[in-house]
Design a binder for this molecule. Structure first.
Ligand code: HEM
Length: 450
């Protein structure tokens, strides 16, 4: 059981409906789960108004929701000016009919029955391989501490490699090597979120792309292309990963470069958020159980684990604190707010998801038993964004239909940890990244006892 209480929740003062200004190219670097970015620790806090002028900040739930749902007037692709070289032609760089078509093609890789899907066994297998040596050490009677962040990175990083179709990511060292290329690459892909020198970012990103192609991508692509050409059993044995899907797309419209670009975007999108959120799930659950010990019986119930996940996702925004949109024409929102063509809006999902007008007076508290009754509002709020660019990976991360034994990335790993009686360790060993990096632990100590 997860018994230790330790709350790090950032208390963001609600500024419902208010717009403030932040820097046009924001104060962040690195990567996050949506292919956005880690914030630089030394940068100005987007919530204290010190970040400079440029983007208009929107924090009310209904306004964020409305903007995301109006892609004709608010574009994600048009925010990609600084990263155009890398985002062009990918799912985050397309709009309208082309974007819809791409999403349909990509939908297959997030199918429930894929090995990495909610019904698949990949996560459990990876977990077993990683926990076994720790369990063995603990069997001698020793309480073994380990850091949940790199542990979860091994799980979700290898899941991402499988989903994309990158072969040979079968050890901690290989994953580290892959990520050493990905970090600068994603820096290029998300250049609009950094104040670093654009030319340096582009240079580093181009070099890393060459390395990634040579060491990981080319061989993975060739293997699949050869199997598809050969047909028969070889082709049938291919998994339904991204590379395979794009290579065998009916319109045949993907050249090697287009496939590579989409792979990079998908990898960027799929690792960091789940890694950070599993630590938030464990932390929140442990704190809640410390206050509500009589509810511990719920831990056996998968539906309850899903409730823990959706409430954690609502409360914690682990990516860059906001989503960016470019205003394409003069617009009046249903709240009466006017926005002008050419402006950029920073949509603050964190405060929006704690909007008391939607989630009530207890909006900032973790309550997995919360009933959300506001119309059109999902229990996880806007954690996965909204509108046409809403998170493609949502069915992988959070499988809400309750058809056991299917479970999403987060509830599945939470269940594995609970089954092994992994508990929160020493809070002094936890550490958190800057608030500007989103709401995330960089180290989270847990224990496994003999
Ligand atoms: C806790 C986990 C995750 C969270 C909270 C999350 C959140 C989000 C959010 C908020 C967006 C919208 C960005 C925007 O509108 O600007 C997004 C987009 C996206 N996410 Fe996720 N994500 C998660 C995991 C994943 C995973 C595992 C995948 C892997 C398939 C994934 C793939 C994507 C893709 C491809 C997009 C871009 C979609 C598009 O532009 O059409 N995400 N995600």
């Amino acid at each position: 059981m997860l018994l230790y209480k330790c709350r790090w929740s950032i208390r963001i003062r609600q500024r419902s409906g208010r717009i403030r200004a932040t820097a046009r190219r924001s104060t962040v670097s690195g990567t996050n789960g949506e292919g956005l970015s880690h914030a630089a620790a030394a940068s100005g806090c987007p919530y204290d108004g010190s970040a400079g002028a440029g983007n208009l900040e929107i924090t009310s739930y209904r306004e964020v929701e409305e903007i995301l749902a109006r892609p004709q007037q608010f574009s994600l692709a048009d925010t990609k000016g600084d990263s155009e070289e890398f985002a062009r032609g990918t799912v985050v760089g397309l709009e309208g009919g082309d974007h819809r078509q791409r999403r349909r093609l990509l939908a297959k890789i997030v199918d429930i029955s894929q090995p990495w899907g909610p019904r698949g066994s990949l996560l459990t297998e990876l977990f077993e391989g990683l926990i076994a040596p720790l369990r063995e050490r603990a069997a001698g009677g020793e309480t073994v501490h380990f850091d949940l962040i790199p542990f979860a990175r091994q799980v979700y990083g290898r899941m991402a490699a499988a989903l994309i179709g990158i072969d040979g990511v079968d050890s901690a060292e290989r994953l580290e090597r892959l990520e050493s290329f990905m970090t600068p690459i994603i820096g290029g892909l998300t250049a609009e979120f950094t104040l670093r020198d654009l030319a340096a970012i582009t240079r580093e990103s181009r070099a890393a792309r060459q390395g990634l192609k040579a060491e990981f991508f080319d061989a993975s692509l060739s293997r699949r292309a050869a199997a598809i050409k050969q047909g028969g059993e070889d082709a049938e044995r291919l998994p339904g990963d991204l590379i395979t899907q794009l290579l065998s797309s009916p319109d045949g419209g993907f050249d090697e470069d287009a496939i590579f670009r989409e792979c990079v975007v998908l990898f960027a999108a799929s690792v960091n958020n789940p890694v950070s959120q599993i630590a938030n799930c464990v932390n929140e659950l442990s704190g809640w159980l410390a206050v509500n010990p009589s509810e511990a019986h719920r831990l056996d119930d998968d539906a309850f684990l899903n409730d823990v996940v959706r409430e954690t996702l609502r409360l914690h925004r682990t990516g860059n604190p906001y989503l960016l949109r470019a205003v394409l024409e003069d617009v009046e929102l249903s709240t009466g707010r006017h926005l002008k063509a050419g402006e950029r809006v920073a949509l603050h999902v964190g405060p929006a998801n704690r909007d008391p007008e939607i989630f009530g007076e207890t909006a900032s508290q973790f309550d997995p038993l919360r009933a959300v009754s506001a119309p059109r509002v999902k229990p996880f709020g806007l954690a996965f964004g909204g509108g046409p660019h809403a998170c493609l990976g949502r069915p992988l991360v959070y499988w809400e239909r309750g058809d056991p034994p299917a479970l999403g990335y987060l509830a599945r790993l939470l269940k594995c940890l609970l089954t092994e009686r992994v508990a929160v360790g020493d809070p002094a060993r936890h550490s958190k990244q800057s608030q500007h990096a989103g709401d995330r632990f960089s180290a989270f100590d847990v224990t496994i006892a003999g």
